[in-house]
Design a protein around this ligand. Structure first.
Ligand code: ASP
Length: 439
């Protein structure tokens, strides 16, 4: 029988009815033995996520203010869940302990992790499963990254043939202090558990039926992606991490464990499979766009002969602690595309530094850029993909400010004015839908 890790997001565990639905899903397949729950999420659009309330509680307590409101809501939610699920776990005692420790640590991680911890305890009791506290077996190094020793430590805890619940979102530093992943990090815990338990499959249960080929706010009819590789998904990262945490694929690349995105509210829908390799019939699997980029253009005669020019540019960026996104070049020109959230308002400062140390003929700063990545493994054996894309943009009157195709022939990235972002995404999507019809 296959071994399955299944992670359930906060919206899939928001109230007692949701938890019961999740229990049914787990019981429907005896392979589903490794369960990773998030903290309870929003029950409706106006509701608050328990994790957000825990952060609020921590910051109020730390600032010496009265955290009564978030505390009350959290306590009510957990007491109600525990009562309706009929568990014997002494949730009131745990809530009291959390209240005692609320302002004890500078970092909010201990508080933030308690949503997952308590939910994990409840779900474990309802399932009759063994509760595994990640504080004991998911290790971070003092520098903050995951300690690979985690896989053996956690693997040893998951060796039996029973059912296990490992709450998402946190682990511990070498001194035992709780540390969380970044927001949405239960997805990462799911990947770690899948790898440590040597699962054949990682099911990520959420509130949507998988990835769509593009942003449904721009193209409401955008098709579902049936299958995508880890690499394609990385290239589509401009879609944002609304479905899956960006870092969730890293633990799974080496063992090649597939991730199946599924919808708890519609379990019979096929979802999206994220795999190591696939046969790509279509040239394009997704189109992702994002605003908020700035481009720096550098021109210097004989740049191509000036040894070390590129290194100097990159060193200056490094010294200002700025990472770059794209670096398209010409013979005597170089463009650097940066994310505004990396640049943090230091555009003019960077420009002055580059001017001072590189003596360019011309250097300009252009903010207000949006990048659109058209991605698909199938691109490399289709002729006319770039032509289709650029023709669609031309027809829609969208000016391409910059274009970049990786040598992997897996993506074509164009930079357009931010005001053209939605139109660019829409016409590229439509052009490849029409391509499907023709081929
Ligand atoms: N509960 C955490 C958050 O809201 C982690 C997660 O749900 O994945 O970010």
């Amino acid at each position: 029988m296959s071994r399955v890790t299944c992670k359930f997001g906060g919206s899939s565990l928001a109230d007692v009815a949701c938890v019961r639905g999740v229990v049914d899903i787990i019981r429907a397949d005896a392979g589903r033995r490794f369960v990773v729950p998030s903290a309870p999420g929003k029950r409706d659009a106006g509701d608050k996520k328990v994790t957000d309330l825990l952060y609020a509680w921590h910051s109020l307590a730390l600032g010496g203010l009265d955290p009564a409101e978030p505390r009350r809501i959290i306590e009510e939610r957990f007491l109600e869940l525990a009562r309706d699920l009929g568990v014997t776990f002494d949730i009131a005692a745990h809530l009291a302990e959390i209240a005692e420790k609320a302002g004890m640590y500078e970092a909010p991680d201990y508080m933030a992790s308690r949503g997952e911890y308590l939910n994990g305890r409840l779900v474990a009791e309802v399932l009759g499963a063994e509760f595994v506290d990640p504080a004991d077996c998911i290790r971070f190094r003092a520098t903050g990254e995951l300690d690979p020793a985690t896989y053996d430590l956690l693997g040893a805890r998951l060796q039996g043939d029973g059912l296990y619940v490992v709450p998402g979102f946190y682990g511990a530093l070498p001194d035992g202090t709780i540390k969380t992943f970044s927001r949405g990090g239960s997805d990462v815990t799911g990947s770690i558990v899948a790898r440590a338990s040597k699962s054949d499959l990682y099911e990520n249960w959420t509130d949507v039926s998988g990835f769509r080929m593009t942003d449904p706010r721009i193209v409401p009819s955008a098709r579902r992606i049936e299958e995508v590789t880890y690499t394609e998904l990385r290239e589509l990262s401009y879609m944002g991490a609304t479905v899956l945490h960006e870092e969730a694929i890293f633990p799974l690349r080496e063992p090649g464990i597939p991730i199946h995105i599924r919808n708890t509210k519609a379990p019979s829908e096929p979802g999206t499979m994220i795999v190591a390799e696939r046969e790509a019939a279509r040239p394009v699997c997704g189109i992702a766009g994002r605003a908020g980029f700035t481009m720096i253009n550098i021109e210097k005669t004989l740049m191509n002969r000036e040894k070390g020019f590129g290194r100097r540019v990159l060193t200056l960026l490094e010294e200002m602690n700025i990472s770059w996104e794209h670096l398209p070049t010409g013979i005597d020109t170089m463009s650097i595309i940066l994310r505004d959230d990396e640049l943090k308002g230091r555009g003019e400062e960077l420009l002055a530094t580059l001017k001072k140390f590189l003596s360019p003929d011309v250097i300009t700063l252009s903010p207000g850029l949006a990048m659109v990545a058209t991605v698909g493994q199938g691109m490399n054996h289709h002729i006319g993909v770039a032509a289709t894309l650029t023709a669609a943009l031309a027809k829609a009157g969208v000016n391409i400010r910059v274009i970049d195709q990786g040598s992997s022939e897996m993506n074509i990235i164009v930079g357009v004015e931010e005001k053209d972002l939605a139109a660019a995404v829409r016409v590229i999507y439509e052009a490849f839908e029409a391509w499907e019809g023709r081929h």
